[in-house]
Design a protein around this ligand. Structure first.
Ligand code: ZN
Length: 659
């Protein structure tokens, strides 16, 4: 149940600054996922602004696009001339593209973000503060048979009810028409059927409190009718292979690799196991603005993880043909979420962040569907209304902005061993920068907290010489991202110099275990998933010692030579599955944990060289960094090496013994 988070003391510290109070209560709304999700909802405050000439005028500070209420700051509010917005509301017609252009032209700060498409609507509400959310409970009430009557029964005359109209200019126009003679002073809020709720007041606190109060009443309405009961089911063993397979099939339909997040929480499992899930899950989204992330309906899978994607595509194309009228281009026909009995719900996204958003929307969708069913029958907007938003000119523009960042490995999934520092860490960072989601493995427990929550990376603490631990790490990667495309076998041990005569058998064994056997085990257990990967590739981090060994490094050189043969055999064995296997032979990479400044200084001295010259002891007289190796690993994983397997590339600045 929702409750007010307003704190009088916190608010008092903001003084009477309207924008500061607007930021404060917007963030309070943003903290409640049951009110707004990922950029959903918007808020505004009407205030005066003084320009450089000293002229003051009334402006609407309205949430800018690209900002999230949970984290919004003052610069996230676009100042738009209030008079212009009010006059726009009186126009007979205006395309949404023109509306966006005119709103921008009316901004008093050209550097501010694009104002929300609901800015005109905010402007015509005659109160200082306006709060708008897509509260689950309210929208669910309207998404049932007789929803409008339920709203009137619950709120009586305290709210204005607006029938569903597409967001943007038409919605503002409709509200302007319907509230022409309204005495705004006698209403607390406005319910937009199948969309959301507005509250307003000249006092920031009261506008926020009204939102909380009205939403709370909707929750109590649901609760009193026992509609808030959710099905749950206990966790079951995840079918990782089937997950990787379905992710590949859906990616092929999308024409690009997608991240697949399995939600196998008791709630998601309970929903997927509902006997009527196939009929209730396919009626449509909670609100139309989810459709650009989730598509209108999910893919239905069977217990074994099979699904008829051809039928899904056909149905999607029929939906497009039935609703398009102005020569629109059909979007990819791949689903963005799937219901999997026995396992839960999968969200598919173009990258890690997008998949996370889809998964969050799913979690709310499956709750709202069950609430609606508890209230007599879940009923979403008809397909043609959903289509309008899915193919809305502004939503299409939004997709173009966030959909394709141009990063070459976007949507791909990588696993890197020895990821806590040095070359491994550089590989994780470069893979992330190139758009991939990454699982970083290391025995160093620091890896578990190495990547902040919002990044597309997870840190896993495992000992790669333990086969069971490796299997668990691979399974965790699949469960988190849905598959495995890129394997970077990097972990390595470089023992102190020792002649063969003095070899410690234990050290020899350790070196082979770490540098060779662990890599074999990693590849062995990864193959079933790489086979279902997107343009799959394995990159082995070898060593200059392979083509040019040195005295005193028998264990290291022999293990790396063995690794080199392993890579070549893997290239032969995995070519039929399309898995490319290539090796990098780095040399003299000094920015790793192996090389402390003291060790480098000692080595340089033993050669009679300065540290700088020692680091550049190669034909090109150049210094080699972990990043150079990581960039080569990414190149090998990507399209540059699309036609290459079994290759070995040196990154050593040129070495006459290797050439
Ligand atoms: Zn809205």
């Amino acid at each position: 149940m929702i409750k007010s988070l307003w704190n009088d003391q916190e608010a008092a510290e903001l003084g009477n600054d309207p924008l500061k109070l607007r930021v404060y209560s917007s963030r309070l709304l943003g903290r409640e996922a049951d009110l707004v999700l990922h950029g959903g909802g918007n808020t505004s405050v009407k205030a005066t602004s003084t320009d450089w000439l000293g002229d003051t005028e009334e402006v609407l500070y309205v949430k800018g696009s690209g900002w999230d209420l949970a984290t919004i700051e003052a610069p996230g509010f676009a100042p738009v001339k209030l008079d212009t917005l009010r006059r726009l509301a009186r126009l007979e017609a205006l395309s949404d593209t023109d509306m966006v252009a005119m709103q921008r032209a009316a901004m008093t700060d050209p550097a501010a973000p694009d104002p929300s498409v609901e800015a005109i609507l905010h402007a015509i509400i005659p109160f200082k503060y306006v709060d708008h959310t897509h509260a689950d409970a309210v929208v669910t009430l309207t998404n049932t048979q007789g929803g409008e009557d339920k709203i009137r029964e619950l709120y009586g005359d305290r709210v204005i009810v607006i029938p569903y109209v597409m967001p943007g200019f038409m919605l503002a126009r409709t509200v302007a028409d319907l509230t022409h003679d309204l005495d705004w002073g006698r209403v607390e809020g406005m319910i937009l059927l199948n969309h959301g709720i507005f509250t307003f007041h000249d006092d920031a606190r009261e506008s926020y409190q009204r939102m909380i109060r009205l939403v709370h009443e909707a929750e109590e309405y649901l609760h009193a009718r026992r509609a808030m009961t959710l099905a749950t089911a206990a966790a079951e063993e995840v079918n990782h292979t089937a997950l990787a397979r379905i992710r590949r099939q859906v990616s092929l339909k999308a024409g690009r690799p997608l991240i697949a997040r399995l939600d196998n929480s008791p709630e998601a499992r309970g929903f997927a196991d509902l006997p009527r899930v196939a009929t209730i899950a396919t009626r449509g989204p909670i609100t139309p603005d989810h459709v650009i992330r989730t598509k209108r309906i999910p893919l239905l899978m069977d217990q074994a993880g099979n699904a008829d994607l051809e039928a899904y595509e056909q149905a999607y194309r029929q939906y497009f043909e039935a609703n398009q009228n102005t020569g629109l281009t059909c979007l990819d026909p791949a689903p963005r979420w799937a219901v999997w009995p026995g396992q839960g719900v999968i969200g598919f996204g173009t990258d890690g962040q997008n998949a996370r958003i889809v998964a969050d929307i799913n979690a709310h969708t499956l709750r709202c569907i069950q609430y609606g069913e508890g209230l007599g029958g879940w009923q979403a907007l008809p397909a043609d209304k959903i289509f309008e938003v899915e193919y809305w000119e502004l939503e299409q523009a939004k997709l173009k902005k966030t959909g394709n960042t141009g990063a070459p490995l976007t949507g791909q999934i990588a696993l890197v061993t020895g990821a806590a520092n040095g070359i491994g860490r550089a590989c994780v960072n470069t893979l992330l920068a190139q758009g991939a989601c990454v699982a970083g493995l290391d025995i160093n427990p620091d890896i578990a907290t190495a990547f902040p929550e919002k990044t597309a990376a997870i840190g896993l603490t495992y000992d790669v010489t333990d086969p069971a631990a490796l299997q668990t790490a691979i399974a965790e990667t699949i469960r988190t991202y849905g598959g495995l495309d890129i394997l970077v076998s990097n972990v390595g041990l470089f023992p102190a110099s020792r002649s063969i005569e003095d070899m410690d058998p234990e050290l020899w064994r350790q070196c082979l275990d770490m540098n060779l056997t662990s890599a074999m085990t990693l590849v062995k257990y990864s193959i079933p998933y790489l086979r279902h990967g997107w343009e799959p590739a394995i990159v082995f981090i070898g060593s200059r010692n392979v083509p040019a060994p040195g005295p005193g490094a028998a264990a290291y050189s022999a293990s790396k030579a063995g690794l080199n043969q392993l890579a070549r055999v893997a290239a032969l064995e995995l070519a039929p599955d399309g898995v490319r296997v290539n090796s990098i032979h780095p040399d003299a990479v000094f920015d790793t944990a192996l090389w402390t400044p003291e060790v480098i200084a000692a080595r340089a001295a033993s050669y009679g060289l300065s540290v700088a010259d020692y680091k550049r002891r190669n034909l090109l007289k150049t210094e080699i960094s972990s990043k150079n190796v990581a960039e080569m690993a990414c190149a090998m994983a990507g399209s540059i090496f699309a036609k290459t397997t079994g290759a070995q590339v040196a990154i050593d600045g040129g070495n006459d013994r290797v050439i």
